[in-house]
Ligand binder design. Structure first.
Ligand code: DGP
Length: 114
């Protein structure tokens, strides 16, 4: 999508602090971190949100989860725990409509979320 900020980050036309880069996934540091570690993991292909996922995307979503684990381990978060989440739609607080998973760690998280 031409006007999607995360498409531009994935293609490199907008700079970001890269954490991981694969053929179809990209991970980068969030500009507004909510924890000592706050990384966003996205598919390079534009997908609005989880609501736009199709059955054939299941393998991609599985690999995003595996990549999140690998990043978490690289940051030492496997020892303390971390949160992996995606916001879908207005009530959840989704502000960028390109599917992204937040990897948060480095502090104790609360539940329920705000
Ligand atoms: P959400 O509220 O779930 O849609 O999260 C969007 C996140 O994206 C939010 O934590 C801030 C982050 N973000 C927004 N614009 C940019 C950007 O241009 N660069 C980076 N690195 N992060 C961004």
């Amino acid at each position: 999508m031409n006007d999607c900020i995360f498409c531009k980050i994935a293609s490199g036309s907008i700079p970001s602090r890269k954490v991981a880069d694969t053929e179809d996934m990209y991970a980068f540091e969030d500009t507004n971190p909510q924890a000592p570690v706050h990384i966003l993991i996205i598919p390079k292909r534009h997908i609005d949100s989880t609501l736009s996922l199709k059955k054939e995307d299941a393998e991609l979503i599985g690999r995003i989860t595996i990549l999140a684990n690998e990043i978490a381990v690289s940051k030492g978060l496997d020892r303390t725990g971390f949160r992996l989440l995606t916001n879908t739609g207005r009530n959840a607080g989704q502000s960028v409509f390109h599917l992204h998973y937040h990897l948060l760690g480095g502090r104790t998280m609360e539940w329920p979320p705000g």
